[in-house]
Ligand binder design. Structure first.
Ligand SMILES: [Zn+2]
Length: 260
């Protein structure tokens, strides 16, 4: 599943590929991803629009158009994007395709059909962790409101902050040298600052690494740079054996030596 930093890179690459291009023809192969619209309504909405840019908010990609409208794409667990030449075979399990004015086709694929293509409605109250809205004041207030909740649960709760998944929550805690099972209310000021800094730096550093490593990619998830999450050897970068536990039902990894 692509995570926030992967999606940030996809948005940049998609903008490079599609900005200024017109959506000449839209095909909807599966009904579910475009709900609540019917396929013909979705086609009417998207056809003829010129893509201005592709942005990321949380784990969503936002296609903005020249007429001010926005289309929201959530890849969910298994969604994939392909940017192929007109006339090339559309991959199996594709749910929709945009035929663009430069003879390219942007294909949305998902064998589970969970991928979502939605018209954007206003009213986002949640905060993206690598936006200007994610301030120390916001973060400190959030932690004080959730004093009895574990750090991991606060970070992955999409109602608080949008876009941090289980993997990056573990990575953030490792970089902050704080264990993910700690309760928010137990952190001192220094630790709160360290955690805030780690949220921003872990995600923005990952964007840089992924950009360099994947060059123009718009699909998949890059995890080579992870320090502790999903590491087969089960050791932290300093060679200590890592521990695993479930927090809020999610598998979590930390190093008992590096993290307090
Ligand atoms: Zn360690």
């Amino acid at each position: 599943m692509p995570e926030l930093p992967d999606l940030e890179v996809f948005a940049e690459n998609l903008t490079k590929y599609t900005a200024g291009k017109k959506i000449k023809k839209v095909e909807v192969f599966k009904d579910k991803p475009v709900l609540p619209l019917k396929p013909h309504e979705f086609i009417t909405f998207a056809e003829g629009k010129i893509i201005k840019a592709v942005k990321r908010f949380g784990k969503q990609l936002l296609f903005t158009f020249d007429d001010g409208k926005t289309l929201l794409l959530h890849l969910m667990l298994h969604g994939e994007l392909y940017y192929i030449n007109e006339g090339e075979k559309i991959p199996d399990y594709s749910v929709a395709a945009f035929h663009l004015s430069d003879k390219k086709v942007l294909v949305f694929k998902d064998h589970t059909q969970w991928l979502k293509l939605r018209l954007h409605t206003e009213g986002e109250h949640v905060i993206d962790p690598i936006s200007k809205a994610f301030t120390t004041v916001f973060f400190k207030t959030l932690l004080s409101q959730k004093a009895k909740t574990t750090l991991k649960e606060i970070m992955i709760d999409q109602e608080n902050i949008t876009g941090i998944g289980s993997a990056y929550a573990d990575e953030i805690c490792y970089n902050a040298k704080i264990r993910p099972q700690r309760l928010a209310g137990d952190l001192d000021d220094k630790e709160i600052k360290a955690l805030y800094k780690a949220v921003v730096s872990t995600l923005t550093d990952a964007v840089k690494v992924i950009k360099k490593a994947t060059k123009g990619n718009i699909t998949g998830e890059y995890t080579e740079h992870f320090a502790v999450h999903g590491k087969k050897k089960g050791v932290c970068p300093l060679g200590h054996k890592t521990a695993t536990l479930k927090i809020g039902g999610r598998g979590s990894v930390y190093c008992a030596k590096c993290q307090k």
